[in-house]
Design a protein around this ligand. Structure first.
Ligand code: SAM
Length: 280
């Protein structure tokens, strides 16, 4: 008999993995965390029943979450990650030698510990000496942050349920705006265009209200049910165009390249409509 794990999306369809065995299961003060060995995708990290990453395709999500903003900034020395306790975003950011400090603020120390233990290749960025890890609520952390402290803020959160709700609200976007330098860039995962289209639209509109420049882009992330969206807000630089050309970083990447960066902002009509960029 095959063992299966299915993440069922709210509309009644989902994604299924054949499971070889369960490796770990905990209930932290914030969420349930499971690690499964799958037949096709290596290890799978699940939080509260939702797929967080698989070893096979996490590169697509983590590269596109981070490098679009980082390559749009001429000198991103100070970077803040909110959420991202698996370490994948930090690993990508640490590839850039111009980055001098990376602060990661995840509310749940257990996610960090589980990732270090079961996903050493994803968590490898935590070993970089530029990385400082804090375990607290990202909403509160950004509210208190010194204005103008970060060149780039990356929000790698769970879906807007439980502790992550505030990370999708306008006051948090505004607090990030204040915490960014005068030429700072904000980027956040903004949900699935297939089963969270309202969230995609809301995130885009909120970013437009807060930042002088805002745009939505997408990437193929099969373990999240197909296409995934990200919203970027920028105070000065055009986030749609890479302005640095760092071959040392580029040659390490499996998904991101400068042409993919620009192409990712070409959106299908249904997303343009949901984000209020065309009428219909
Ligand atoms: N890519 C992922 C996905 O599929 O949604 C996100 C992965 S990452 C593991 C999400 C992290 O956000 C979790 O570790 C969770 O603890 C963290 N998180 C949720 N709410 C948070 C908050 N308010 N402040 C900081 N971290 C938060």
């Amino acid at each position: 008999m095959d063992l299966r794990f299915t993440e069922l999306y709210p509309e009644g369809w989902g994604i299924t993995f054949l499971v070889e065995k369960g490796l770990h299961s905990t209930k932290s003060p914030y969420q349930r965390i499971d690690v499964l060995e799958t037949k096709s995708h290596g290890r799978l990290l699940v939080i509260d029943g939702a797929v967080m990453l698989t070893e096979r395709d996490e590169f697509a999500y983590h590269e596109m979450l981070t490098h679009v903003a980082l390559f749009s900034h001429p000198c991103p020395e100070k970077v803040l990650v909110i959420g991202g306790g698996d370490g994948g975003a930090v690993r990508e950011i640490a590839r850039h030698s111009c980055v001098k400090e990376i602060a990661l603020v995840d509310i749940d120390a257990d996610v960090i510990e589980v990732s270090r233990r079961f996903f050493p290749q994803v968590a490898s960025g935590f070993n970089d000496e530029r990385v400082k890890v804090l375990t607290e609520d990202g909403v509160e952390f950004v509210k208190r942050a010194e204005p103008g402290s970060y060149h780039v803020i990356v929000v790698d959160s769970t879906d807007p349920v439980g502790p992550a709700v505030g990370l999708f609200e306008k006051p948090f976007f505004e607090a990030c705006f204040r915490a960014l330098t005068e030429d700072g860039i904000f980027v956040a995962q903004s949900g699935s265009p297939y089963f969270q289209l309202e969230l995609v639209g809301k995130s885009h509109r909120t970013a437009r209200e807060v930042f002088p420049q805002a745009a939505t882009y997408t990437a193929q992330t099969p373990s999240y049910g197909g296409l995934w969206s990200f919203v970027v807000g920028s105070k000065l630089h055009d986030p749609k165009r890479p302005i640095r050309d760092d071959e040392t970083v580029l040659k390490q990447l499996k998904y991101y390249n400068p042409r993919v960066h620009e192409a990712a902002f070409a959106l299908p009509n249904y997303i343009l409509k949901a984000t209020g960029q065309i009428e219909g």
